[in-house]
Ligand binder design. Structure first.
Ligand code: GLY
Length: 380
């Protein structure tokens, strides 16, 4: 495209993301952006599930740019320390411990060897493992959202990403129990979340006493039997990660199955709609975060299969990432902090529709880092 080689556009895209993030860091500092409204990221409390993505992006850019920018590192470390209030507070912890501590403490530990970060990562993993329901063999997703609610039977597809924290904890501690929990949960994903066509359910509700499946729900998708695109991205990436950590063929096969569904539903510009089965004008709304997350997952998947298959996943990832860069980026707009326009957080609840999202930005940077072969990657 535009006569540039792949290496040229990827370097240009990386430098644009780095420059814009440095600018943003002067206003945002050590805080927790989620969705951009009117050009500025709205800052959330540290306990919100997205708290890891800003520091995670800073670590990724820091590590991928010759570790030369201590300013980004210092902000990421400050964010990590602020999360102690959540980790030690216990009451606000749910299954998103992986999103939050893989991209802060595990990232820090991988890059610097900091002992305090290793301990934080292990504490977070212990809290996550403790959410395992033995009867249903699932990790409980959320705590009650309001007084009297019982959601102890709820598991969600997003947790496929969080299990990487458990695989990491077993690897660093030598204790296999974390991995056992992660595998049991991912086996449940295979059994109950993936449909025969490769699309996925967002939510499965189990009887927490017997483990019986009570209901499958659309959750953040359009309808129970629709196909929420970010859910597909969580599944294809999470299953590729589970394969990376275990070598279990069934995870790789399922990741490929979900990837085929995802790739074949992409519109002409390669960036997914928020739900692949939403009808009419509603179905035209994009979710760039699903695109960037899937792109990074597809690049991992491509690295796990024979060359004869790898090109399918790699080419799809490159097409998505290049389209995000060319058609959805904000490089010439200093009045917008988000890197990517047109993310959709939660359509059914009418929250953050068609706006930049911090996890969309994070996975976009991570996908570029994968194309540049500039890890480490904190899920692995
Ligand atoms: N529930 C996390 C997400 O919006 O993907």
């Amino acid at each position: 495209m535009n006569g540039m080689t792949q290496q040229e556009w990827v370097e240009e895209a990386w430098n644009q993301a780095l420059a814009k993030t440095k600018r943003n860091s002067q206003r945002i500092g050590a805080a927790f952006p989620h969705a951009s409204q009117g050009g500025k990221y709205v800052l959330e409390v540290p306990s919100w599930w997205t708290a890891g993505f800003w520091p995670g992006m800073l670590w990724q850019l820091y590590a991928g740019s010759g570790a030369g920018d201590g300013g980004l590192k210092a902000i990421a470390e400050d964010c990590e320390q602020q999360l102690d209030e959540v980790l030690d507070g216990y009451g606000k912890l749910d299954h998103d411990l992986g999103f939050m501590w893989l991209l802060t403490s595990v990232a820090n530990y991988k890059l610097t060897g900091a002992e305090a970060s290793r301990i934080r990562g292990l504490k977070a993993a212990s809290h996550l493992a403790a959410r395992f329901n033995l009867k249903g063999r699932y990790i409980r997703a959320w705590n009650p959202w309001h007084e009297g609610e019982d959601n102890s039977g709820v598991a969600i597809i997003d947790c496929s990403m969080n299990t990487s924290l458990l695989f990491w904890a077993s690897a660093v501690s030598g204790d296999p129990r974390y991995r056992h929990v992660a595998e049991a949960h991912m086996d449940t994903v295979l059994e109950h979340f993936i449909r025969p066509d490769g699309s996925v359910y967002h939510i499965v509700n189990f009887d927490p006493e017997t483990g019986e499946v009570l209901e499958k729900r659309g959750g953040q998708g359009y309808a129970p039997e629709s196909a929420w695109s970010r859910g597909s991205a969580w599944a294809l990436y999470g299953l590729a990660l589970a394969y990376h950590h275990t070598g279990k063929q069934s995870y790789l096969d399922a990741s490929k199955q979900v990837a085929h569904f995802f790739i074949t539903r992409l519109p002409e510009d390669h960036v997914p709609h928020w739900d692949f089965r939403a009808p009419g004008a509603v179905g035209e709304i994009r979710d760039t975060s699903a695109g960037s997350c899937a792109a990074s997952g597809l690049l991992l998947l491509a690295s796990q299969v024979e060359a004869s298959e790898a090109h399918v996943y790699r080419n799809a990832a490159l097409s998505i990432t290049e389209s995000l860069y060319r058609n959805y980026g904000t490089w010439d707009d200093d009045g917008e902090e988000g890197l990517l326009l047109h993310g959709t957080s939660n359509y059914p609840e009418n929250r953050n529709i068609d706006v930049p999202l911090i996890y969309g930005d994070f996975f976009y940077v991570e996908a570029l880092a994968r194309i540049r072969d500039a890890g480490p990657f904190y899920w692995e």
